[in-house]
Design a protein around this ligand. Structure first.
Ligand code: HEC
Length: 288
């Protein structure tokens, strides 16, 4: 290696080192309470989504969260796919599924009249994506005190802890803040929102509370929705169900993948049995 190259490498290493050092303090102080210990049917390697739970979760999303959070990568027809909240084996093609069609038709989409060219609204179809609550991110921030409600299509996959994170943040939002913590206006204390509260803490510096502030008013209250299957709509139930729905949205093929996995395991067991039987039969008459 030439001297020039070595120098370049050293400079690069120094720059990377400096960047890591600069980032380290910021990372080190972000705290968060341990996620709540909640469990779902789909957690184990052979566990599947609970379809009724997904339907309840969809209702919570639609009637509560969708006022602020978009899910721009989910189309209505996805709700009728295999493993989805409204899958019905009678309608393998989700575009024929009457429940899905009705859900889509309930939404009005802006469009252009193909005869007159005028701006109109038309009922949604199964091919439409979930409507956005705001026309653009600027409007979304303006309506939420400057904070942007993240798109929920992939939120579950993008956050450490997945559904437990969503459950914990949503149920922890609005936790009474400890005395000595200055909560800025328009923000709420949430022990499960990763953050650094040291700047707002007036108490003992060694006892800075864990968690952060969130610009989302606590979204759930008991009976915020009425579940069609008669399940009692407690905050806990609503949070669990919506977290399950968001997990499905981020990983809609989980059920199919696990089914295939189980089939492969069964095949391997049978195959191993056959292999053993043929081994026995081939070596039957060979002395050893
Ligand atoms: C009134 C508007 C509003 C409603 C309704 C709402 N949210 Fe939020 N949500 C926000 C905003 C704004 C943020 C961003 C907060 C921030 O950055 O401080 C947010 C953030 C979140 C976060 C943290 C996201 C992250 O980046 O880690 C989760 C989880 C969340 N919302 C879940 C929900 C769920 C589930 C519902 C429905 C039960 C819901 N929200 C309803 C406005 C809303």
């Amino acid at each position: 290696m030439k001297v020039k190259d070595t120098m370049r490498l050293l400079t690069l290493a120094a720059a990377v080192g400096a960047a890591v050092l600069a980032a380290a303090p910021a990372l080190a102080v972000s705290t968060q309470a341990p996620l709540k210990d909640v469990h779902w049917s789909f957690e184990s390697p052979i566990g599947f989504y609970d379809q009724e739970q997904l339907q309840r979760g969809y209702k919570v999303y639609k009637e509560v969260c969708s006022a602020c959070h978009a899910m721009s990568m989910v189309a209505f027809r996805n709700l009728g796919d295999k493993g989805a909240p409204f899958y019905d084996p009678k309608y393998p093609n989700p575009n024929d599924n009457p429940v899905v069609k009705t859900l889509a038709r309930d939404v009005q989409y802006p469009d252009i009249d193909s005869d007159t060219g005028e701006a109109i609204h038309r009922p949604g179809t199964t091919a439409d994506y979930f409507p956005n609550p705001f026309p653009n991110p600027i409007a979304a921030r303006a309506a939420n005190g400057g904070a942007l409600p993240p798109d929920m299509s992939l939120l579950e996959a993008a956050r450490e802890g997945g559904p437990r994170y969503i459950y914990s943040v949503v149920t922890g939002d609005g936790t009474p803040s400890p005395a000595g913590l200055n909560v800025p206006t328009g923000k709420y204390y949430d022990p499960w929102m990763p953050g650094d509260l040291s700047g707002n803490w007036t108490g003992d510096p060694s006892k800075v509370p864990v968690g952060g502030f969130i610009a989302m008013p606590p979204p759930l209250t008991a009976n915020r929705v009425t579940f069609d299957d008669g399940t009692k709509a407690t905050v806990d139930q609503e949070a669990k169900d919506v977290a399950a729905f968001l997990t499905w949205a981020a990983d809609p093929k989980m059920d199919e993948r696990k089914e295939l996995g189980i089939e492969v395991m069964i095949f391997l067991v049978i195959f191993a049995g056959l292999l053993y039987a043929s081994y026995r039969s081939i070596w039957r008459n060979v002395g050893h």
